[in-house]
Write a protein that binds this ligand. Structure first.
Ligand SMILES: Cc1ncc(COP(=O)(O)O)c(C=O)c1O
Length: 403
């Protein structure tokens, strides 16, 4: 069959569950990616500020990742977790040596990493303090995934509709309000789970003291603190981990998206003393720690840990932020707020215009992501160059002018 945009769209309509809200105007079939750019089937080139929603942090087909994958693909694609493999432990060592944690579990996605974190929190707390310990407090507007447990952890009604009864044991407090978390802690609470920067909701960073307040609360009440760094981790904020911006360490952390450089992976990282929480048979994943995927992730980590890599992210994020602030100054009446950390930024508009801005951008060759009717979320590849940022500036400005 001859695949083109029209046939793919029609086959998708025929064979796929209609779960993906593809941008109505998007209507593009992406065929190829290189660096910060993607090409559609008509050869049209786009600057990719969506980056697979935070996955393509090293851009598309980053050479070191591709090389690592090619080499591994010729040696071993998969084996059962009944046996040892080298890439798995090498990746775990990278994660441990470059984070607060000492123990790693590997899965295939953000939701799966969060599932592991929730299971560990419950099991460890029940072992230590008794079977009543099961509740987890999460923050309003959070997003932790689409599985039954992570959906229940996600404090947004719209994701729950039609799937009730939800897994019990989740309470929702207000983001950045320590009082609302304090009020919800009771004898059954075992953990607090939070995104240091809420991504899906439209890029809301935790207030400077908030994570420390949560840390103190957890220490006082014997709770585990879980940071969901699925989106904000892996260099996105200019540090390897978002928690480093706040100087506050969790007990358990999850990472995914950018970790695999485009391959599906999720990791749960925890303190050593929690290791007894999950023993043989308590948790597993057939593909978790797959050698091919781990090789890709090792290449990503090696790249991000190179001298100067993260400093460059901070420098270029400063340029991006400056541009966004320029837009706000210029279009003051309808850009309400610029917010974010590092290469995770958002513009909030006072009017519901973002789908039109997205459409204008795409026509000019720039892919951006919108949240709801008023927010644009910017997640460019961390490797973006100054010229590409300038190109973004002129295309985006043009798209605003066209409004
Ligand atoms: C903070 C956060 N946690 C969890 C997830 C779920 O990740 P996945 O889609 O890989 O299951 C996401 C996805 O956007 C996320 O942003």
């Amino acid at each position: 069959m001859d695949f083109n945009k029209t046939t793919v769209k029609s086959l998708e309509g025929e064979y796929f569950f209609n779960t993906y809200n593809r941008n109505p105007e998007a209507n593009i079939l992406i065929e190829k990616g290189e660096g910060c750019w993607v090409w559609d089937d008509a050869g049209q080139k786009y600057l990719d500020f969506v980056s697979g929603l935070g996955v393509n942090s090293l851009g598309h087909c980053y050479p070191a990742v591709v090389k690592a994958l090619k080499e591994q693909a010729e040696r071993l694609l998969h084996t059962s977790n009944l046996y040892y493999t080298e890439p798995q432990v090498e990746l775990a060592a990278y994660l441990v040596e470059n984070s607060f944690g000492q123990r790693v579990f590997l899965g295939n996605s953000g939701a799966e990493a969060n599932e592991a974190a929730l299971k560990l929190a419950r099991k460890f707390s029940q072992q230590e303090h008794g079977h009543h310990k099961h509740k987890v407090i999460t923050a309003g507007r959070s997003f932790h995934g689409r599985t039954m447990a992570t959906m229940a952890a996600t404090a947004q009604n719209r994701y729950h509709q039609g799937f009730q009864p939800l897994l019990s044991g989740f309470n929702y407090a207000s983001f950045n309000s320590i009082g609302s978390f304090e009020q919800l802690v009771d004898e059954e609470t075992c953990a607090i789970m939070i995104e240091p920067v809420q991504g899906e909701a439209g890029v809301y960073p935790a207030a400077p003291d908030f994570l420390q307040q949560l840390r103190d609360l957890c220490d006082r009440r014997g709770l585990l603190l879980i940071f969901d760094e699925v989106q904000c981790g892996m260099g996105r904020t200019g540090h390897l981990w978002a928690y480093e911006n706040y100087g506050v360490e969790p007990d358990i952390m999850t990472a995914a998206k950018a970790l695999g450089g485009g391959l599906p992976i999720g990791a749960m990282i925890a303190r050593d003393d929690l290791a007894s929480g999950l023993g043989p048979g308590d948790h597993a994943s057939t593909f978790g720690g797959n050698p091919l995927v781990c090789r890709g992730a090792i290449a990503v980590m090696q790249t991000m840990l190179q001298d100067g890599f993260l400093e460059e992210v901070v420098r270029k994020a400063g340029i991006l932020r400056g541009y966004l602030e320029d837009f706000q100054r210029e279009y003051y009446s309808f850009i309400k707020e610029v917010r974010g950390i590092g290469m995770m930024q958002a513009l909030e508009f006072s009017e519901p215009c973002v789908s039109q801005v997205r459409k204008n951008c795409q026509e000019k060759g720039l892919l951006i992501n919108t949240v709801g009717e008023n927010i644009i979320r910017f997640l460019p590849p961390l490797i973006i160059g100054e010229q590409e940022l300038e190109y973004f500036y002129s295309l985006f400005r043009n798209s605003l002018e066209k409004l």
